[in-house]
Design a binder for this molecule. Structure first.
Ligand code: MG
Length: 167
């Protein structure tokens, strides 16, 4: 039986960052006013890191920590949108295009609901897809330890890729 070329790939990504003083709170490339920011070697954009890992995974590539090591000074305080842009180029170079992405951010404070639309627009721009191909859901911890209430933020992302031009 002849094998058929794969036409679609899915990827999943997860990330979590602690909140810290003296750091920016940037989510999906959108600066959000808050007294604490996201700790990390780069700008700590937990959502872009989850999306980036989903893209890498869909292509069978090594994860974000391997691609951009946190002991490499080149990525110190790096704009995560730049990292995502590099991975977008990797994805395109392999002949894949993003169909859609869906995300969940788990965060008690700051309240994300007022910023969800801006985050969605930003993600769509960074991924080069229409806004209705991007889902962003903001969830609170509801007393669980999925993220430490007020101390950390977690993000999940899933992505679908197709061959060639985006649908
Ligand atoms: Mg990260």
């Amino acid at each position: 039986m002849e094998s058929t070329p794969d036409r679609f790939r899915t990827g999943v990504g997860f990330d979590a960052h602690r909140l810290a003083t003296g750091r920016p709170f940037v989510l999906g490339g959108v600066p959000i006013p808050h007294e604490l920011g996201l700790a990390g070697h780069s700008d700590g954009d937990v959502l872009l890191h989850a999306v980036t890992d989903a893209l890498l995974g869909a292509c069978g590539l090594p994860d974000i920590g391997t691609r951009f090591p946190d002991n490499d000074p080149a990525w110190k305080d790096a704009d995560s949108a730049v990292l995502l842009g590099e991975v977008r180029n990797d994805v395109a170079a392999r002949g894949w295009a993003v169909v859609n992405v869906d995300c969940v951010v788990v965060c008690d404070r700051p309240r994300l609901a007022p910023h969800a639309a801006a985050v969605r627009t930003s993600l769509a721009r960074l991924l080069g897809v229409p806004a209705d191909h991007v889902g962003v859901k903001a969830k609170t911890t509801e007393g669980t330890r999925l993220a430490e209430p007020g101390e950390s933020v977690a993000a999940f992302a899933t992505v679908l890729l197709t061959r060639g031009e985006p649908v």
